[in-house]
Write a protein that binds this ligand. Structure first.
Ligand code: PGA
Length: 249
């Protein structure tokens, strides 16, 4: 009942020309992949070429970040209506690298989520603990704070339109994927938190993606878990063949 989502987060990789090359190779590899939603989140300068290249296919495009104001004197920022206007359907919110290097917090995430929803985008809200937090036994507490801080002000109707990504920071870009069991435990906890805030139906319908060193050889085990509804893929989404292999798990 929860349609899987396989989303690629290109981070700060690829030029517009490289984006066109990617899509040329990727499109035929996923032309018959109707079992899931496929999303690519490239850097802002690649959005237009990605959207043009994906036109007519099932692939949708998303931003990696947004600012919460609609427009204004915010040098260097991009708004939700701007993303929508170029043809984005999705946007990542509060990726751990945004939290780590650019000072994003649960409070700024909350504003970005609402801005994305107001513009008709589907936000993917990223949460996850650091290695130190996991080793200190604080994983659930960290997730609870990130969820209540980021999602706390959403209405039930708004919550129904978001996607959550669980990305343990210690697994991102490290090659250390969480075992399916560790990931499932966190996903089940996130779903239980959603249930206490938004009710059983909305929690059961909410799609929760796993992110952190997802590769073609570990996606199957992750997807076999009952509460894992897809993946947010960094490094392995840059190569058309490996991202296609993940999509076609
Ligand atoms: P990774 O990144 O797949 O390269 O670990 C995942 C992410 O940061 O979304």
């Amino acid at each position: 009942m929860r349609r899987p989502i396989l989303a690629g987060n290109w981070k700060m990789y690829k030029t517009p020309a490289e984006t066109c090359v990617f899509f040329e190779k990727f499109l035929p590899l996923v032309a018959h992949s109707t079992h899931c939603e496929i999303v690519v989140c490239p850097p802002f300068v690649d959005l237009n070429p990605a959207i043009e290249a994906a036109r007519g296919s099932a692939i949708e495009v998303g931003g990696q970040n947004l600012f919460w104001a609609k427009e204004g004197a915010y040098t260097g920022e991009i708004s939700a209506p701007m993303l929508k206007a170029v043809g984005c359907r999705w946007v990542l919110v509060a990726h751990s690298e945004r939290r780590q290097y650019f000072g994003e917090t649960n409070a700024t995430a909350a504003k970005k989520l609402v801005a994305a929803l107001d513009a008709g985008l589907t936000p993917i809200y990223c949460v996850g603990e650091t290695l130190a937090e996991r080793e200190a036994g604080n994983t659930n507490q960290v997730l609870e704070t990130q969820l209540s801080g980021g999602l706390g002000d959403l209405t039930l109707e708004q919550f129904r339109r978001i996607v959550i990504a669980y990305e343990p920071v210690w697994a991102i870009g490290t090659g250390k994927v969480a075992t399916p069991e560790i990931a499932e435990e966190a996903h089940a906890f996130i779903r239980s938190q959603a249930q206490s805030k938004f009710g059983a139906d909305a929690a059961a319908a909410c799609r929760i993606l796993y992110g952190g060193s997802v590769k073609p050889d570990n996606i199957k085990g992750l997807m076999a878990q009952p509460d894992i509804d897809g993946a947010l893929v960094g490094g392995a989404s840059l190569d058309p063949a490996s991202f296609a292999a993940i999509v076609n798990f």
